[in-house]
Design a protein around this ligand. Structure first.
Ligand code: FES
Ligand code: FES
Length: 178
């Protein structure tokens, strides 16, 4: 039986299951310290959705193209479908579920609703996390900054302008000197 050298497809994963030892890592997910055990080939997307039931992180292309699976790892946007969970020992992961504070929506989530930037909603968790990372670094972004920050997140519904408007809305108000 041949062992694959690249990212295994779903049929070859069965083979690896029989020969790979499970890995144990410690990490923080949405502020909660966790110790997780899983096969070394499993992606962060699989662990989040299947093991932790955090289904707000979406599976789109499963190939690094659409951005639907974007989460923040140590505050940086990363594609969960392209990230092996075993590489995250000691890291901090934030998913869309972690944005709620005491049951209240994050300002970005509120702005997306107010501006009509959510239609089917499939891209929305990834878009919002990319936008959060931008606003954490740059609280008053220009429209071009937003376009650049969201360039890896595809949306098939909104035409993007409402998304950009929502991120502008959630950004800190600019100081206008009269
Ligand atoms: S599902 Fe990860 S980039 Fe599309
Ligand atoms: S709202 Fe449907 S893909 Fe973006």
């Amino acid at each position: 039986m041949k062992r694959p050298t690249k990212q295994p497809n779903r049929s070859s994963r069965k083979v690896i299951t029989e020969i790979e030892e499970p890995r144990r890592i410690n990490l923080t997910v949405n502020g909660e310290a966790m110790s997780l055990t899983f096969r070394s080939w499993r992606t962060l997307l699989e662990v989040l959705r299947d093991d932790l039931d955090l289904t707000g992180t979406k599976e789109g292309c499963d190939g690094g193209e659409c951005g639907a699976c974007t989460v923040l790892i140590d505050d940086e946007p990363r594609l969960a479908c392209m990230t092996l969970a075993a590489t995250l020992h000691g890291k901090k992961v934030l998913t869309i579920e972690g944005l709620l504070q005491n049951g209240n929506l994050h300002p970005l989530q509120r702005a997306f609703l107010e501006k009509g930037a959510v239609q089917c909603g499939y891209c929305t968790p990834g878009v919002i996390l990319s936008a959060k990372s931008l606003l954490d670094r740059n609280p008053t972004p220009a429209e071009d900054d937003i376009k650049r920050a969201l360039s890896g997140n595809l949306c098939r519904c909104t035409g993007y302008q409402k998304i950009i408007d929502a991120v502008m809305e959630a950004a800190e108000p600019k100081i206008v000197i009269a």
